[in-house]
Design a protein around this ligand. Structure first.
Ligand SMILES: [Zn+2]
Length: 280
């Protein structure tokens, strides 16, 4: 899907009139109030969310649940999460944890109502943690991402932006690799890339020690509203990841999300400005 209009729209305003709407908008120089403009659009046929670890999709769970009803939604998990150890689960790092996390992610996708996950099985850490060889891992993973995009033919791809949620190097790296592939393969004009990011205001609802990155509210180009029902689906889905979060953490997390009644997530479209390209 290719949308070039410099508009801001608000999905909750459109939904009563255009049920099959997706917000695919590029940044304007100045923020346009979301209520002013309405454009017709259609839901993307295929959405590919791509994140580093089995559980990263929890960040945009409600949006995945929402689009599961109107689009073909796929989750691509780049690494195997073999080092995601936690005291409460007591599962050691390595192959046994990989098996558990795969099952958890299959469960999470099922609860969201999206397709079964695609595992690229790069080693957790991509070698940046000193446990494996970065250049080898990186080259293999990039080729796998390219192949997966070719196979799924998504209209829309959603990775983390440069802020990388918690700022984890794998989060940033997988987003960068995906962007690199689109530029390298000359796909960036044909596939809409949306970086997910929190605003500072949103990060305040989570514990400070989560260390969430954020983007200034002027930069997200797209706001996607979701219903309480979609959020509840996301809560059920996130609780599949029992090896990663204790009951107490789930409880605090859900409480914080329920207290935030704005029910919106923000995305920034990666846009190539042809005017800039021609005049530089
Ligand atoms: Zn992660």
């Amino acid at each position: 899907m290719q949308i070039t209009d410099d508009f801001h729209i608000s999905l909750n305003k459109l939904l009563p009139f255009v049920p099959m709407v997706f917000l695919l908008l590029s940044c304007a120089d100045q923020k346009v109030p979301s209520e002013e403009l309405v454009i017709d659009s259609v839901a993307p046929k295929t959405i590919m969310a791509i994140f580093a670890h089995p559980d990263d999709e929890t960040c945009i769970g409600p949006v995945l649940a929402k689009y599961a009803l109107i689009s073909d939604v796929h989750l691509v998990v780049a690494t195997d999460g073999r080092y995601g150890i936690n005291d409460h689960s007591g599962i050691p790092a390595g192959d046994s944890l990989v098996v558990v996390r795969k099952k958890e992610t299959v469960c999470a996708c099922e609860k969201l109502g999206i397709n079964p996950p695609h595992f690229l099985e790069a080693k957790d850490g991509l070698g940046l943690n000193g446990n494996h060889k970065f250049y080898k891992e990186a080259a293999q993973l990039k080729e796998q991402i390219r192949t997966k995009i070719e196979a799924l033919k998504p209209d829309v791809i959603i990775p983390f932006g440069p802020d990388g949620d918690t700022g984890h190097p794998d989060h940033r790296m997988v987003g960068l690799f995906t962007t690199e592939i689109l530029l390298r393969e000359n796909w960036a004009n044909d596939i809409d890339l949306y970086h997910f990011g929190w605003t500072k205001e949103q990060t305040k609802k989570f514990p400070e020690n989560w260390g969430l990155g954020n983007v200034h509210p002027n930069y997200p180009s797209t706001e996607i509203y979701f219903s309480q029902e979609e959020e509840e689906k996301a809560f059920i889905s996130m609780q599949c990841h029992v090896s990663q979060f204790s009951k107490e953490v789930f409880s605090e997390w859900i409480q914080a999300e329920r207290a935030d009644t704005t029910n919106v997530l923000y995305f920034r479209k990666f846009a190539l400005d042809s005017k800039v390209l021609q005049t530089f």
